[in-house]
Write a protein that binds this ligand. Structure first.
Ligand SMILES: [Fe+2]
Length: 409
């Protein structure tokens, strides 16, 4: 996060004595990225932030990854994964797709708060497909609602407190997630050509002070054996920060506050970019006016993204035109590197003269191949790969009369 924020009380000079009314010192913690060489914040705790009284194994949900081999485009129906709401936002999220740079999960929560949790592997960007509530963090409270990206920096202790059952799409990086550099000035301000600005980013506004002893926090982290979990028990409650300031903190950004960039002819996905992380980008395709050249073809040309796998998560809009394709709200399409994708010829003709697209999707493009998680395998529509041809190795593709084509990518 590029811009400075202060919440609660902080002393006038950093690294100087800061005491409560009774004269007791607060404990200052610097939380910073890239070894004191990037964004950071200073937090003032009532208790000692490193005081633990227990550490034991936390068994993570199934993290198995299966390579996309033999190579196929895939359609995954995420809404089949949780027939009922009520899963835990942290401990019961299921792995849909992943590689060594990023993991994409899915969970449909109830209204019980999650355990306290932090991801020490990288930043999380959780897209809220549906639902609302709040995320309590060591920096204070974020409220969330449908269409929010909830961006939680690496190692931020937090918990999810859904106000209603919520459909969450966690994008877990092994790195940091931030606006693309080309949107930023040399000092980090969002520039005029960026499709959003600082006013659209919502950080905590008040500290969250909670009393407590022997508080468990689940930590997801890395070892030479891969991704593992540890349950740490803190002597005092980690939400004991009386004030903090700096440029590192969690925030939300709502998809409706993204101002799509349009053109006279078809605009490529990078104009729809929201964030990026190491070896992946996050884009969104939103309702908007489309190409105004008199001979424009509004749907995309076929494309081979030879360096990337493309994941589209269809989150809103009118999919009547795609009846029979299988793609609908809650679907994911995975179009891997090594194989071209795009519309069917009928969809191209049908799009001519269109002035507006009413479809919403969140896209993750990765620069390393994605494997299927256990949930990806469980949610797959096996007919999808053959829908462009209308037939596959077993004959006509089921539901393949209208191949899955999204207008934007
Ligand atoms: Fe594409």
């Amino acid at each position: 996060m590029a811009h400075y924020r202060q919440v609660g009380e902080v002393p006038p000079k950093r690294h100087t004595q800061f005491r409560n009314a009774e004269g007791q010192l607060y404990y200052e913690e610097l939380m910073g990225e890239e070894g004191f060489s990037s964004d950071s914040s200073l937090l003032y705790h009532r208790g000692v932030p490193s005081a633990i009284v227990g550490s034991e194994v936390w068994d993570l949900p199934d993290q198995t990854r299966t390579p996309n081999h033999p190579l196929k485009p895939r359609h995954l129906k995420l809404h089949t994964l949780f027939p009922h709401a009520g899963a835990d936002a942290v401990t019961e999220r299921r792995l849909v797709l992943g590689n060594n740079d990023v993991r994409i999960g899915y969970v449909v929560t109830g209204t019980e708060p999650s355990p306290y949790y932090r991801n020490a592997i990288g930043d999380e960007c959780v897209y809220v497909e549906a639902g609302s509530g709040r995320v309590e963090t060591v920096f204070g409270v974020l409220s969330y609602r449908q269409g929010d990206y909830v961006v939680i920096p690496r190692s931020t202790t937090h918990r999810w407190v859904p106000g209603e059952p919520s459909r969450l799409y966690p994008i877990e990086a092994n790195s940091h997630i931030a606006p693309p550099k080309r949107y930023l000035s040399r000092y980090g301000q969002l520039l005029e050509h960026a499709p959003y600005c600082e006013r659209d980013l919502h950080g905590p506004t008040e500290t969250l002070l909670v009393e407590g002893e022997d508080v468990e926090v689940l930590v997801k982290h890395r070892t030479s054996a891969g991704i593992v979990g540890t349950r740490m028990t803190y002597a005092t409650h980690p939400f004991d920060v009386v004030g903090w300031d700096g440029c590192l903190y969690p925030y939300t950004f709502n998809i409706d506050d993204y101002m799509p960039i349009t053109g006279k002819i078809h605009q490529p996905p990078p104009v729809h970019q929201v964030f990026d992380g190491w070896n992946f980008v996050i884009c969104n395709f939103l309702p908007r006016k489309v190409d105004y050249h008199p001979l424009a073809v509004p749907v995309p040309y076929y494309h081979s993204n030879v360096d990337s796998d493309e994941v589209m998560f269809y989150v809103g809009g009118d999919y009547e035109a795609r009846k029979g394709s299988g793609i609908n709200i809650g679907s994911i399409s995975l179009h891997p590197g090594g194989h071209a994708h795009g519309p069917q010829p009928a969809a191209i003709e049908a799009s001519l003269g269109a002035e507006y697209f009413d479809e919403s999707a969140v896209m993750v493009d990765t620069f390393a191949p994605l494997d299927l998680g256990e949930a990806g395998l469980a949610a797959e529509d096996p007919a999808y790969a053959w829908t462009w041809a209308g037939r596959g190795p077993q004959g006509p593709a089921e539901g393949g009369d209208n191949p899955a084509v999204f207008s934007n990518s």
